[in-house]
Design a protein around this ligand. Structure first.
Ligand SMILES: [Zn+2]
Length: 213
């Protein structure tokens, strides 16, 4: 599986396209497009690689990770998948936009398919395992691709840092517990692809992340 990163919107949010070359299928994770040129970037990439979009998956429902979700799901007729723990956040997107001073229209949307801990999705012949990691938000999830030794960590774990827990539904102790019991237990060479910033590895974060000492 290939994992392509697009840094979008004023928050420098990472939108990921997971794509399978031979199956020619793709999943977009956390579509944060806010402008036409950002929407075009994603559509052009799918077109150029002749990829069929299979689903939109949200690691959590904070505004900077979801502004392109409904647009993309509607355009390609696919479902939005997320954990139900963030359902309340999905219905409060206009409020979130206001909170962050964003002057854009973000239509609220429903979670079409609920993802639970341990759920397995297939992209071509590769498995994507859902890991629930509440703390940054109540319904935060990570996506683990064992065959590609990569985990999409959303805003749960960053290079040298962790997600903030001062937003509604955030909880510091839950976040630390999620990271230690669900992520640091993955193999050390697992690449961590976070919701902001650059990739790291589980091993590097175990050694260097000051929040996990
Ligand atoms: Zn967030």
């Amino acid at each position: 599986m290939d994992v392509s990163r697009f840094e979008l919107n004023p928050f420098g949010e990472n939108t990921y396209i997971l794509w399978h070359k031979t199956a020619k299928k793709a999943i977009v994770v956390d579509p944060g497009m806010m402008r036409d040129d950002e929407r075009n970037l994603i559509v052009d990439f799918l077109d150029r690689h002749e990829l069929t979009l299979q689903a939109v998956i949200l690691t959590h429902i904070h505004i900077d990770h979801v502004t392109g979700a409904k647009w993309l799901a509607d355009k390609y007729g696919v479902k939005i998948l997320a954990n139900k723990g963030d359902e309340l956040l999905a219905s409060s997107l206009p409020l979130q936009a206001q909170l962050f001073g964003l002057k854009i229209d973000v239509p609220s949307f429903n979670i079409d398919q609920a993802l639970k801990d341990g759920d397995e999705l297939m992209l071509g012949d590769e498995k994507i395992v859902v890991i629930t990691t509440p703390g940054h938000s109540p319904g935060g999830i990570c996506l683990y691709m064992p065959d590609s030794a990569t985990v999409i960590s959303g805003d749960t774990l960053f290079e040298g840092s962790i997600g903030r827990t001062d937003l509604p539904g955030g909880n510091f102790d839950r976040l630390i517990s999620s990271i230690k019991t669900k992520l640091l237990t993955l193999p050390d060479d697992t690449v961590v692809a976070p919701g902001h910033g650059y990739t790291t590895t589980i091993g590097a974060e175990k050694q260097n992340n000051p929040f996990l000492a």
